[in-house]
Design a protein around this ligand. Structure first.
Ligand code: SF4
Ligand code: SF4
Length: 594
């Protein structure tokens, strides 16, 4: 019997995937959707893995789909850039088992650092995009996604965001439900892309008629989908007031409904392709038509391209504040109402810059870079926090795995007369950094790469990577960073404990004496995801002269206090973990263990 449960969208996604009978789930950690795979791991029959990167995850899922099984891939928006090559090729190929790709956009930049809207991928590659507004829709839309994936022979994107992923709402579940893993029609041959090329060039040596039978008439399927989506239950048209009509997608629908409960609505559950017939019906019914969609005006452009007048970005400017809709913004811009002053907590959350944990090994690196005035390209994640202004020791941060390539390009442009170093985490090294290291060795570069090996993908919640020794739900092999660097041909490989600042500094600066690629593996577990049994702290003694050098290392445990007209540093014992960095930085020995 069905019962109700309050769950976050991430858990609802796992339930929806399980109820759809998936066999394989893959992904790469990324906020806000990392937990989806961790929930799926609970289902024993589903093979589940953290892949080394999003492209690998996508290709593994494609393999499972080719085998006739349903597969599920999870990643954040930027991950879709990495997976795009595989995904875009799969669209247009006749597929066997259904495949749904859950992508979490960061609408409003709540958890991350990008402005990307994954619906654009749907448009670019002709892939349907479903957009749930809450947990129950997430569960249902995933099941629906598999139905259309198999019916129209197409991969499906399920677009979530920080709100739908993290916020909790009621879903319906059957606790006694046992699911049989789905097996769709299985084909043994799926070389449509290659066949297309042969036919396109018209090589007469090939028997075209034989090849044509493998041709997948994608256009026919797509046109049918475009027609049928007007009748899909995920798109709902409610005709009420004739004055105002709203087209809304995702969670924005709820905000609009809260402000204008009596307006007419088209709630677009499938953001692409759009239900043109329903849009025209609403446009003809109301005096004024608005589009309310989180993030970029993607649907708005599509609707305007149909020649339908709709108000959107002209009243909801996208930068800097209207990326993420709220009831206040909608009430103000459409109804001219002042923002609700009854909500007292609106402005009380203080601005806080993301920073490393007290005692994080990365702080030792940032200090070392500062002391030696070393320029660097940085990592994504905790090791990239050194680029933020309060530390400011990393000069450029781009995308996952890029730091080694950027350093290589910089040094080549400087004719190898400079040593611009690359910083990467262990997860990022395996993700795509290793490809860049191969390129450095192959092309006789001279990059010094510092791999901050803390045995985990820390910032996204402590997920495993190939050298962590753990994965998801099954045993994994532990790969060796030093052995792979050696195999690539890096001649200078040094392993050091970053807490030993003097040794760490010697390792890094020694690589500046030669003109070859070098790798420093600074190895110490992340403090959050390792067990720390000993509890020791540092304290500042009365020998302190108030130079404040220790206060500049970026440790959250070091606070400032006033006394005798002077500012002094003070160590908060509740935060300090006794890493000893401040002690090594203090040149007059004023800091000691408590
Ligand atoms: S989570 Fe781990 S890696 Fe990240 S800042 Fe904290 S200690 Fe450092
Ligand atoms: S020992 Fe110093 S640097 Fe390390 S956590 Fe404590 S106050 Fe911070």
């Amino acid at each position: 019997m069905e019962e109700k449960k309050v769950v976050a969208g991430n858990e609802a996604a796992a339930i929806g995937a399980y109820e759809s009978g998936i066999s394989v789930a893959t992904g790469y950690p990324g906020a806000p959707c990392s937990q989806v795979l961790e929930y799926i791991e609970r289902y024993e029959d589903i093979y589940c893995e953290w892949s080394t990167n999003e492209k690998t995850a996508m290709e593994t899922a494609i393999g499972a789909s080719f085998n006739g099984k349903r597969s599920f891939v999870v990643m954040k928006t930027l991950g879709l850039n990495v997976a795009a090559d595989a995904l875009l090729q799969y669209s247009g190929t006749k597929i066997n088992g259904g495949i749904v790709v859950l992508v979490a956009d960061d609408v409003g930049r709540i958890v991350g650092d990008d402005y990307q809207d994954s619906r654009n991928y749907g448009i670019a590659a002709q892939i349907p995009v479903l957009e749930p507004a809450d947990s129950e829709e997430t569960r249902r839309f995933i099941k629906f996604g598999y139905e259309i994936s198999e019916k129209y022979s197409i991969p499906v994107i399920l677009r979530m965001n920080a709100i739908t992923s993290k916020s909790k709402s009621v879903i319906k579940v059957d606790p006694d439900l046992t699911v049989t893993q789905s097996e769709h029609i299985r084909y043994n041959y799926c070389a449509q892309k290659m066949v297309t090329n042969v036919i396109r060039f018209g090589f007469s040596n090939y028997k075209e008629k034989d090849l044509v039978k493998y041709w997948h008439n994608f256009k026919q399927y797509w046109n049918k989908l475009k027609q049928d989506c007007n009748d899909f239950s995920v798109n709902t048209l409610t005709l009420a007031s004739k004055k105002i009509g709203i087209i809304a997608s995702g969670v924005s629908y709820y905000y609009a409904k809260e402000v204008m409960p009596n307006a007419s609505y088209l709630k677009v559950g499938m953001a692409y392709p759009l239900p043109e017939k329903l849009i025209r019906q609403l446009a003809n019914y109301v005096d004024e038509l608005y589009i309310i969609e989180g993030f970029q005006p993607v649907l708005e452009k599509e609707i305007k391209a149909l020649g339908i007048p709709v108000k959107g970005s002209e009243i909801f400017p996208r930068f800097p504040y209207a990326l993420y809709f709220t009831s206040d913004i909608i009430a103000e811009k459409i109804l001219g109402l002042l923002p609700d002053s009854a909500f007292p907590f609106k402005n009380v959350i203080p601005f806080r810059i993301p920073t490393n944990c007290p005692g994080c090994p990365h702080l030792f690196l940032f200090y070392l870079l500062h002391k030696n005035q070393i320029k660097s390209s940085g990592a994504i994640g905790c090791a990239g926090l050194g680029a933020l202004p309060h530390i400011g020791q990393i000069d450029i941060v781009q995308c996952m795995g890029s730091s080694i390539g950027i350093a290589h390009g910089y040094n080549k442009a400087a004719k190898n007369n400079e040593k611009f170093v690359a910083i990467t985490g262990d997860g990022e090294f395996w993700h795509t950094g290793v490809n860049n290291l191969i390129n450095v060795v192959y092309n006789k570069g001279n990059v010094t790469t510092i791999i901050m090996d803390n045995f985990t993908v820390a910032m996204t919640g402590g997920q495993g990577n190939p050298s962590s020794g753990y994965g998801l739900g099954h045993e994994v092999n532990r790969l060796s960073i030093e052995k792979i660097c050696e195999a690539i041909g890096v001649a200078d490989i040094q392993i050091v404990d970053p807490y030993n600042l003097e040794e760490f500094e010697k390792c890094v600066t020694s690589t500046f004496k030669h003109d070859k690629p070098a790798v420093i593996i600074a190895r110490r577990p992340c403090l959050v995801f390792s067990c720390r049994s000993e509890k020791k702290t540092c304290q500042i003694t009365d020998r302190c002269k108030g130079c404040l050098k220790c206060a500049k290392i970026g440790c959250l445990a070091i606070e400032l206090t006033e006394g005798n007209g002077q500012t002094f540093a003070l160590i908060n014992p509740h935060r300090c973990i006794g890493c000893g960095l401040c002690q090594q930085v203090c040149q007059i020995g004023a800091i000691e263990y408590a």
